[in-house]
Design a protein around this ligand. Structure first.
Ligand SMILES: *Cc1c(COP(=O)(O)O)cnc(C)c1O
Length: 316
């Protein structure tokens, strides 16, 4: 567990740079899921995802400690968050992206002032390259999830949920490497021990489900899912034990459940949510979350999707 004191410190640290995101409701969603659902709008967060919470907690501390350069390996939201907060703090950032990174994502990183280096196609190639650059330049490597400051930063979203919906009985949260879920479970269980926390991941990228069943971290092969933020192949070393000990359950959703959730959120809640960010709602709408009659917070973790990609997904 990451202590509440660490999560409160993180909230203080990042309060000037992140939004306290709104909680949205949809009576159609309530009717269709049989719950009272509160959508935690991290798709409306600075840089378009919750990743800015952990990244800014880690980077602002490092900058105070004298860091002048930060390095990350990312193909998406983490890279944008690191480039943004580094730029705001007046330090250089280098983001190692895959050779096939989408031009839109590269452009976003560069617009925030990040230097982009292309390397390989997998995180197994990108991470050593980022570590090497950090070593060579005296920079600080910023991991996407497996770090106490990152987890504490993501946990601030959980603290906000309980202050915005004090009588909340359950939280549904997307799981990739597990930093968001670990942070939220630490925050909410310490503030309200009887709250349910349910993780959700794509059934085609079910490394956390397989690992929980096996009782140890299991690596899966290359994964294909429209939820590109959840394509991790193994849960984090630090995040996994937290999820193993404190998550109430983990459910999987199909690709169709995810695109249906994106369409639903667009049509009825008027929100543009990226596939990774809609997995929590997919778990509720498909019934796979397995809860009814409860006040439930569903984390909409991000909204970074190209117009063309989103339009494609809205077609049935
Ligand atoms: C990174 C990301 C996730 C997964 O977060 P983890 O901390 O890796 O579990 C979920 N949704 C979005 C939009 C993301 O960018």
């Amino acid at each position: 567990m990451i202590g509440l004191d660490k999560i409160r410190e993180a909230a203080e640290e990042i309060s000037d740079v992140v939004h306290r995101t709104p909680v949205l409701t949809s009576s159609m969603l309530n009717a269709q899921t049989g719950n009272e659902v509160f959508l935690k709008g991290e798709h409306l967060q600075k840089t378009g995802s919750f990743k800015i919470r952990g990244a800014s907690n880690k980077i602002l501390k490092a900058v105070r400690g004298g860091a002048r350069h930060v390095v990350a390996a990312s193909s998406g939201n983490h890279g944008q968050a690191v480039a943004y907060i580094a730029g705001k703090s007046g330090v250089q950032s280098t983001i190692v992206v895959p050779e096939d990174a989408s031009p839109a994502k590269v452009a976003a990183i560069e617009a925030y002032g990040g230097r982009v280096i292309r390397c390989g196609l997998t995180s197994a190639e990108r991470i050593p390259e980022a570590l090497r650059i950090a070593e060579e330049t005296g920079g600080v490597f910023i991991p996407p999830y497996d770090d106490p400051d990152i987890i504490a930063g993501q946990g601030t979203a959980g603290m906000e949920i309980l202050s915005q919906v004090p009588d909340c009985e359950a939280v549904v949260v997307p799981v990739g490497g597990g930093g968001l879920a670990a942070g939220i479970v630490c925050a909410v269980k310490q503030l309200k021990p009887d709250i349910l926390v349910i993780g959700a991941e794509p059934e085609t990228a079910d490394d956390t489900k397989k690992s929980l069943e096996a009782g140890r971290r299991i690596a899966i092969g290359p994964t294909q899912t429209i939820a590109d933020g959840l394509r991790t192949s193994i849960p984090g070393e630090m995040t996994f034990p937290i999820l193993q000990n404190h998550l109430d359950r983990l459910v999987t959703v199909s690709e169709e459940d995810i695109s249906e959730a994106c369409r639903f959120l667009f049509q009825y809640a008027k929100q543009v949510v990226e596939p990774s960010g809609a997995v929590s709602v997919a778990a509720l709408l498909s019934g796979r979350a397995g809860i009814s009659g409860k006040k439930v917070a569903a984390v909409l973790s991000g909204g970074n999707v190209s117009a063309g990609g989103f339009a494609e997904m809205l077609k049935i």
